[in-house]
Design a protein around this ligand. Sequence first.
Ligand code: AMP
Ligand code: FE
Ligand code: FE
Ligand code: ZN
Length: 283
Amino acid sequence: LVPIDLHIHSTASDGTDDPVALVEHAHAAGIDTIGLTDHDATGGWAAATAALRPGMTLVPGAELSCEYQPADGPAIPMHLLAYLFDPDEPRLRERMDSLCSARVGRAEQMVDRMEADGLPITWGDVRSVAAGGTVGRPHIARALVSAGVVDSVDAAFAGPINSRSPYYVGKPDIPVFEAIDLVRGAGGVCVFAHPLRRGRQVDDHGIVRMAAAGLRGIEVDHPDHDAAARIHLAAIAGDLGLITTGSSDYHGTNKRTRIGACTTDPDAFAALVDPVRGRLLVA
Ligand code: AMP
Ligand code: FE
Ligand code: FE
Ligand code: ZN
C-alpha cells in the first residue's frame, strides 16, 4: 500500500464526504497523505486539518477550472491542480471567488431552462444539495435523481446535464497560463489534472508550453487514464522533467472510484512539495 492520494473532493465542492468524514475515511483506508483539491475552493482545509490523526499529512490544494487555447480551434476546458499556495493571496483569492460565483449563476441558468421545460426541479433543491460548497453539475444531477427525472447521476450526465444538452450552460474558466502564474505568485505548485481524460484533450505541445510556464507535474495515474495514456504521459513527463503523480479523484458516492484507487510515489511526492514543504499541514 502506497498511502499518498493527491486529488480528493469533499462537500466543499462536489464530493459527498464532508472534510472530517473524508479524513476519517482516508485514515480507515490506510491513506496517510491526502491532497484536498475541491473545485475552485479552499473551504474544506480548516476542518480537514483539525480532523487529522497523528501521522497524517494534508496537502492543501484546489482544482482550478481552466482552459487552454490551442493555435487553432476553440479553447479546451481543463483542470489544474494547485497545491500549497497561500489561500489569502489576494489575486488568486479573487479569481477563485469569481469562478465560484460564476458557477452559481450558471447552475441557476441551467435550472431555469429545465424548469421552463417542465422538469420538476428548483434552484432551492440544487442549492440545498450543494450545501454551501462550490456548485457543480453533480449537484444538479443529484437533485434530478431525487426529483425522479433520472435514475442515477451517470444518467443525468448522459442526458439533461450533458454538455450537448439544450439545458447546458458553460462556465467561465481561467486561461491556464494565467492560472499557473497566479498559483506560483501565491507560492504554490501546479499539476495538470487527468490530461488524457475523455473529451477534447490538450495536445503534447500544450504540455510543453505549460512546462515552460512553470507547471511542475502531471497526473499520470488517474482512474480515467488507460494503460496507453499512462505510458504516453510518463514519457512526456520524462522528456520535460515533470514530476508524475497518481490520485483517485475521489468524489464520495458521486462517482464510483474508491479513495486511494491510484496513488503517488513517495519520492515523486517529496520532489513535488520540496519548494513548499513548510505549508504541509500535519496533526
Ligand atoms: P462542472 O464543473 O459543474 O461542469 O461539472 C463537472 C464535474 O462533474 C467534474 O468535476 C466531474 O468530477 C463531475 N462528473 C463528470 N461526469 C460525471 C459522472 N458521470 N458522474 C459523476 N460526476 C461526474
Ligand atoms: Fe468534480
Ligand atoms: Fe477534474
Ligand atoms: Zn477532481
